[in-house]
Design a binder for this molecule. Sequence first.
Ligand code: FE
Length: 293
Amino acid sequence: MAIGKSTRPLQRIIQSVVASDGAGVKLRRSIGQSPFARLDPFLMLDEFSSFDANDYIAGFPAHPHRGFETVTYLLDGHMLHEDHLGNRGDLKSGAVQWMSAGRGIIHSEMPQQEHGRMRGFQLWINLPAKEKMKPAGYRDIDAAEIPLVPLPGGGRVRVIAGTLGSEAGSVPGPIQGLATEPLYLDVELPAGAAFTQAIDGGHNAFLYVFEGAAYVGPRDAAHDLDTHSAGVLGPGDRVDVSAGAGGTRFLLLAGRPLGEPVVQHGPFVMNTREEIEQAIRDYQSGAFTRVAS
Ligand code: FE
């Protein structure tokens, strides 16, 4: 993958806000904290991180989704998901669950530990109109399936989706070929180290810093991005990031914007009000469990 010459600037910072979801899981929401804080095709990014079981133990009991994908990346901990189709997955540290809710899924996501650290992310990626009513599907990806690529100047990258295209070469991740062409990287940089990644000029992109602070943008005009903040990138075909004095770790996400209307009602994300009303009726009447097979 060729690395372009036009470096994306840091255009907007979305500081995470503390929120609670599921049966009382404490988390930090950046993308998606309001309808004005989405970045097509990304609907939401939540970070959860706690050593205190009271912040996570209640988990996410049975709940529905329709019309988009949920991507759960567990850094520390142990989580079990089960759905109404009989799928059951055991998510352990370093693993990813890529779920396409399509026309409907009812599932639970429950912590399987009573102490120790639970840390990870849930990302919501929109589906194009023509895929919103396709059958639901899962992909569980073990930590061992996720390439861990050392960077020549120090640091390392985990390639979850799309292709790493940097000084370290071109390395594809396990998730490829989706309509939104997502790039999902987890990048660790020691103090002073730098990282460059090629990003399709037509895609939207953001970083989410979860350890330390990063400098983002052209070398002579880089901007500070602090811990627990999302940084939306402006136009360009590459991103340059360097680490602050304490090193940094961040997610880098990019995807092809769908350019379609988004109507969201909680865990249903469709294109029109009518489709949302249909989703609510289908859920209430039990049609989610009847039609999805
Ligand atoms: Fe869910």
